[in-house]
Write a protein that binds this ligand. Structure first.
Ligand code: OAD
Length: 274
C-alpha cells in the first residue's frame, strides 16, 4: 500500500514526495465542460443527448467513419459549434501544466480534440492526443492534407470541404479518430511507458471508449489510481490504492494544490491567469 488513506491529504503527500516521479494522466471531455464545451454522455447536457436536430440513426453516428463518408453534413453542422478557438483552458488544464513544470508529468493521455492542453501551455511532447485533434485535416479518399485556413472558413459556415487535388473530390475530415478508425500509430509505444507510472490520475472521462479506457489497467499494481470525476466510473476502487474523488475536477485540483502547499496554489492560479 502506497497511500496512507483514500483522501486528498494522502494523495497530496505522495504527489509531492520524491517517490512520486512519473505521473500519468488520462483525461476526457469532463475537464473541458467548465470551459463551455459539452461532454458526450452526461444525461441532459451531453452532446449525444442533444443531437435530435441532426436526425442521426444513433448519436455516435456523427463520429462514425462509415456514416461520415456517406453523409458528412451532420458532423460539419456540429463542428461549427465544437471548433477550437472559442474556448479558454480551465484551471484543470493549468494543473496539468503545473505537474509538467514540477517535473512530475510523464504523459497526459487525452481523448479530447479541443487542444486545450496545448493552449494551457502543457509541453506538446507530454501530451498524447489519442483521438487526434482539429489541428490538421485531410481527404478521406486520397489522404492529401487540406489547408487549415480554408478548413476554418468551411467550418465556420458549417459547409462540407472537398479535396482540391487533381481528379479527386473526396470529403475532407479533420484528423480526429472516428469510430471505425484506428488510433495513432505511436499509441502502442506510448502506452508501454505506463509500466513506469508512480501515479495515475483519471479526470473527466466515463471510461467507456476503448482502447483508451483500458489504459487504467496498464499501470503497475502498486501504482495508486486516482479518479476525479462527477460520477464513479470504471473499476476504480478495485485496487487497494484506488481513490475516487467524486467532485468537479476544477474543485479537486484546487483542493489538492492547497493541501500540497509550498506555493502550488499560487503557481496554479498564476498559470491559469496567463
Ligand atoms: P463522456 O461524456 O463519455 O464522459 C465525461 C465524464 O466526465 C462523465 O463521467 C461526467 O460525469 C464527467 N464530468 C463532466 N463534467 C465534469 C466536471 N466538471 N468535473 C469532473 N467530471 C466531469 O466523455 P469521454 O469519456 O471523454 O470519442 O468520452 C470518450 C470518447 O467518446 C470521446 O473522446 C469521443 C466520444 O465519442 C470520439 O469522438 C472518437
Amino acid at each position: 500500500i502506497v497511500l496512507e488513506g483514500r483522501d486528498i491529504p494522502s494523495i497530496a503527500k505522495f504527489l509531492k514526495s520524491d517517490e512520486c516521479k512519473n505521473v500519468f494522466l488520462m483525461v476526457g471531455a469532463g475537464i473541458s465542460t467548465s470551459a463551455g464545451i459539452p461532454d458526450f454522455r452526461s444525461p441532459d447536457t451531453g452532446l449525444y443527448a442533444n443531437l435530435a436536430k441532426l436526425h442521426l440513426p444513433y448519436p455516435e453516428a456523427v463520429f462514425d467513419i462509415r456514416y461520415f463518408s456517406q453523409n458528412p453534413k451532420p458532423f460539419y453542422t456540429l463542428a461549427a459549434e465544437l471548433y477550437p478557438g472559442y474556448y479558454r483552458p480551465t484551471i484543470t488544464h493549468s494543473f496539468i501544466r503545473l505537474l509538467a513544470e514540477k517535473g512530475k508529468l510523464y504523459t497526459c493521455f487525452s481523448q479530447n480534440i479541443d487542444t486545450l492542453e496545448r493552449r494551457a501551455g502543457v509541453p506538446v511532447e507530454k501530451i498524447f492526443e489519442a483521438h487526434g485533434s482539429f489541428a490538421t485535416q485531410r481527404c478521406i479518399k486520397c489522404k492529401t492534407e487540406y489547408p487549415s485556413e480554408e478548413m476554418m472558413q468551411h467550418v465556420k459556415k458549417a459547409e462540407v470541404p472537398h479535396c482540391t487535388s487533381e481528379g479527386c473530390d473526396g470529403v475532407v475530415k479533420p484528423d480526429i479518430v472516428f469510430f471505425g478508425e484506428g488510433l495513432p500509430d505511436t499509441f502502442e509505444s506510448a502506452i508501454r511507458n505506463l509500466e513506469e507510472a508512480d501515479l495515475l490520475i483519471i479526470m473527466g472521462t466515463s471510461l467507456t471508449v476503448y482502447p483508451f479506457a483500458a489504459l487504467r489497467s496498464m499501470v503497475p499494481a502498486k501504482c495508486p489510481r486516482v479518479l476525479i470525476n462527477l460520477d464513479r466510473v470504471g473499476d476504480i476502487g478495485a485496487r487497494a490504492d484506488d481513490v475516487a474523488l467524486l467532485m468537479p475536477c476544477d474543485e479537486a485540483v484546487r483542493k489538492l494544490c492547497d493541501e500540497i502547499g509550498d506555493g502550488w496554489t499560487e503557481e496554479l492560479e498564476r498559470l491559469w491567469a496567463e
